[in-house]
Design a protein around this ligand. Sequence first.
Ligand code: SF4
Length: 224
Amino acid sequence: MNPALEGVEPAPFTPETSPLEVIGWAIQTYPDLTMPSAFNLNGVVLLDFAARAGYQGKVLFVDTGYHFPETLKTRDALAARYPQLEFKTLNAHLPDTAQYLEDVEGCCAARKVGPLNDYLEQTGPSALLNARSREQASTRAEISFVESGKRTRINPLAFYTREMLESYALEHGLPVNPLYWDGFLSVGCWPCTRAVRLGEDVRAGRWSGKGKVECGLWVGDKAV
Ligand code: SF4
């Protein structure tokens, strides 16, 4: 935290507070703020808000080795659109053992959570900018703008609905992953992602039928 702001209460945010205002506060309060992103709809909208708010820090993407080509192209399009941000891809450099067939927890821990945790341990940011919203899944229904934990998490889109995100992306011409418009409302690795069916949660297509809804980055004992 910025030492000059130690002990200062966060601005009196309400659910209606603009993401721009939340991000502006976060930049002032946490000069070492860092943003992990998987470049889903939420992530793309957050990136645009962050750029508009003056964020010029890192955007961390974990390449598990199993991303759809469309996701990698989305990352590249975003990097070209926001040259003032430092896009960095982290990679576990693991051989393809198809571990996801038998052990999704171990696979996510090794390929996704591990590389990000290692990088954050090395670089030590005090706060993370995160794109989760309450509406995405029951595991996210209670998140607030500011969460404490190993590192403070700032969630400027906590109260944004899917409709608000889509409207924002279309209005600003953002390079949304084309898979999104084909029903992949949350896009992860290709072995563990399917299109969402009518009436399902946004994240229902992730690890479908495997009893898992979170990769472990944001919940659990290894959460960042
Ligand atoms: S989402 Fe699937 S393939 Fe990707 S790291 Fe997790 S278990 Fe492995």
